[in-house]
Design a protein around this ligand. Structure first.
Ligand SMILES: [Zn+2]
Ligand SMILES: [Zn+2]
Length: 200
């Protein structure tokens, strides 16, 4: 069994215990190790997670965010909408990348568990008894890495950094702060998307 301590931080970040966020932590840690880098609060890493919208196990992405510190707010994590629990981590400083995917080995056990039966019945994860949450967390946490993860080769990334526009303006319509690229021209005014009536 791996050390449980890091999971307390994951719980604080993610809000409940689940197998998918645990799988995301393991995938994130494996990607860091393959690249030989540490999690970073800067932008030397960029994560592409293959989850989509409105499907189970999207919690994987929170595990990746927790392990790698690639976050929505820093803009260095994105979804590629494939409905898969997989991650490509780019070491932007050295222009290398690695893809790590979660193997389906444990899914028969996970699908048959009390946790997933209750999830399928519509129960939110945080209302499922903690012992039943932990059963699956421990299953994913305790499995040998090659049983649950496929770690690809480290390859050149061809990374193209996108520059940030750091300027802001105050919308004359609503008075709210707007990042400059999101101002829209209406007549002789520069307004926010909402005040200009644009579709996003
Ligand atoms: Zn979760
Ligand atoms: Zn406005």
């Amino acid at each position: 069994m791996k050390d449980q301590a890091p999971l307390e931080g994951l719980l604080a970040f993610h809000g409940h215990r689940c197998w998918a966020s645990t799988a995301g932590v393991r995938a994130g840690e494996a990607a860091l190790r393959a690249l030989g880098v540490e999690a970073s609060g800067g932008k030397s890493l960029h994560a592409i997670v293959e989850i989509g919208d409105h499907h189970g196990a999207m919690c994987f992405a929170d595990g990746v965010q927790y392990a790698t510190q690639c976050t929505l707010g820093k803009g260095n994590i994105e979804k590629s909408h494939r409905g898969k629990l997989a991650l490509t981590l780019v070491d932007t400083a050295r222009d290398r990348k690695v893809r790590v995917s979660y193997k389906p080995t444990l899914q028969p056990k996970i699908a048959a568990s009390a946790f997933m039966q209750k999830r399928a019945g519509g129960a939110p994860p945080d209302e499922i008894p903690e012992a039943e949450q932990l059963e699956l967390v421990n299953l994913v946490l305790g499995a040998p890495e090659d049983e649950v993860l496929s770690v690809g080769p480290v390859e050149p990334a061809g990374w193209q950094p996108v520059r940030e526009v750091v300027r802001f303006a105050t919308c004359p319509g609503c008075g709210e702060l707007v990042a400059e690229p999101y101002l829209r021209v209406l007549g002789d005014k520069m307004l926010c998307v909402d005040c200009a009536g644009y579709q996003v």
